[in-house]
Design a protein around this ligand. Structure first.
Ligand code: GLN
Length: 496
């Protein structure tokens, strides 16, 4: 048997079921590996004692002959945006240093109920604002493919932990690309479900009309296993959808009409947006994505040329709407109810001012200022209202595209991972979100699957975007791709 950390989540689950290992042994192995790789900056908190206790309880259930779900006893870790009872939650902000939630986020509770062992909390960009994990108040997370480079963000460390095989799977959140982009830059698989699929209850709010939880793992199969447990209606989230949750795992291999073993994607129409393959995308990313399209074609799919004409506009639209919502959501951090409070202050206003000046990092402050500005009297119509109208048009463009295709495919990020510290201009950072923002604004499901190695041998991702509630089709497509390719099995050499 290969080393426990080389196994996927599904393989770890099988190893537990067949008695090849125990949850305690697996969890201890994971804890040792996490301790041996602190240089990656992945974990903000490790709960060894709590994890081993949960693992022991799983082993006891198994020994007692109970019939257990596939996730029972497998260790994972949560992005530090999910509140967790018994483990600190910081959103990678100084504002929430030492904060302990009295309850679990719904996604965390659902995974717990499935028997998952949570080993700790993962670094990310402060309040999930960023695309490089450089905005954490607790230091950078490093890309295991080249530790001088960013892993992407904001779920940067969720990607690092999987790519470095510290844990087989993690949770992430995606507001404008934060699951898909780090997955692409670290060579792993991640899916942002349809808005409303996973409960946002207990997910620290950034931009509530965009925030979604999702799984990150090495394979589409593992993502399906986790998404199954994470999904479902929750009355405590007002935008959670009353939508039946299909069997995502069964859907991976469910045969399409007319398909053969060699051509499992027969009949699938893959839309190729010309805006995703034009200027601004680096040659290595283009080449890997074009090869992936050819692979999909050889698996039976038909490529269809489409256009998403407002792709570029998604950048100003998102960077108005997301900061507007953030400025409102983050007003709760006032030093009164919870979190950081300035040590010395005069009157109440002075306390607010000092607390927020000390507690928030530069990018968070920038967004609060932008958001406050675009919502203010006299500017609201010119910015916020216009952005909302364009958001609708972007969603309409997708609906027009889905009349002629079933899934849309293209790059996730215009380049491979850049060096840590190499960006000084926030606007340049925002521009790099161009291919992930459109699906976020439309509320559509999107995923990233590894599809090649680009410059410097760094991973490139293929993005698949589906229509509403079509996660199963995305997972099926990615699974077929992964059965025919081995990009998802490549591991960073330095961390053998
Ligand atoms: N990079 C984008 C931003 O900075 C997306 C972040 C996210 O999805 N949480 O807002």
């Amino acid at each position: 048997m290969s080393a426990l950390h080389d196994l996927t989540l599904a393989q770890q689950s099988q190893a537990l079921a067949s008695g090849q290992t125990t949850s305690v042994a697996l969890t201890q192995h994971v804890l040792d590996r996490i301790a041996a790789h602190t240089e990656l900056g992945a974990f903000l908190h490790v709960d060894a004692e709590g994890a081993l206790a949960v693992a022991a309880a799983s082993d006891a259930r198994r020994a007692a002959g109970q019939s257990l779900g596939a996730l029972d006893g497998v260790p994972i870790a949560h992005k530090d945006i999910f509140v967790t009872q018994g483990q600190p939650t910081t959103a990678a902000s100084k504002m929430l240093r030492g904060y302990q939630s009295p309850f679990d986020a719904t996604v965390v509770a659902k995974l717990k109920a499935a028997g998952v062992v949570s080993v700790g909390k993962l670094n990310c960009d402060e309040f999930a604002m960023g695309g490089a994990n450089e905005n954490s108040a607790y230091g950078v997370a490093r890309n295991p493919w080249d530790t001088t480079r960013i892993p992407g963000g904001s779920s940067g460390a969720s990607a690092v932990a999987v790519a470095a095989r510290l844990v087989a799977a993690t949770t992430g959140t995606d507001t404008g690309g934060s699951i898909r982009q780090p997955a692409a830059l670290t060579g792993i698989t991640g899916i942002k479900p349809t808005y409303g699929r996973c409960s946002r209850f207990g997910m620290i709010a950034f931009a509530s009309s965009l925030d979604q939880a999702g799984p990150m793992a090495r394979t589409a199969e593992d993502c399906a296993l986790l998404l199954q447990a994470m999904s479902g209606f929750d009355e405590r989230d007002a935008t959670s959808a009353q939508q039946p949750v299909p069997d995502f795992v069964a859907a991976l291999t469910a045969p399409r009409a007319g398909a053969t073993a060699d051509q499992p994607l027969t009949g699938l129409r893959v839309g190729v947006p010309k805006e995703f393959f034009g200027e601004g995308v680096s040659a290595d990313v283009l080449a890997a994505n074009r090869a992936a399209l050819a692979q999909l074609e050889s698996l039976g799919a038909t490529l269809v040329d489409i256009s998403l004409p407002r792709t570029e506009l998604s950048i100003p639209v998102y960077y108005i709407i997301a900061p507007a919502e953030a400025s409102s959501n983050l007003s709760r951090y006032d030093g009164v109810k919870f979190g950081h409070r300035a040590a010395k202050y005069g009157d109440l206003n002075d306390m607010y001012r000092k607390t927020r000046a000390e507690g928030f990092g530069a990018e968070v402050k920038r967004r609060i200022m932008i958001g406050t500005y675009v919502l203010s009297h006299g500017y609201y119509d010119a910015y916020y209202l216009q952005a909302q109208k364009l958001r609708r048009m972007i969603a309409d463009d997708f609906q027009a595209a889905f009349r002629v295709c079933d899934v849309i495919a293209g790059p996730v990020s215009p380049t491979v991972a850049r060096p840590i510290g190499s960006s000084t201009d926030p606007v340049q950072e925002y521009l790099a979100d161009i291919f992930t923002l459109p699906a976020s604004l439309a509320g559509l499901p999107g995923m990233s699957a590894p599809c090649g190695l680009g410059e410097h041998g760094l991973p490139v991702g293929l993005q698949l975007i589906g229509n509403y509630w079509q996660e199963a089709q995305l997972l099926h497509t990615a699974h077929a791709f992964q059965q025919a390719t081995d990009w998802h099995q490549r591991a960073p050499a330095a961390l053998a």
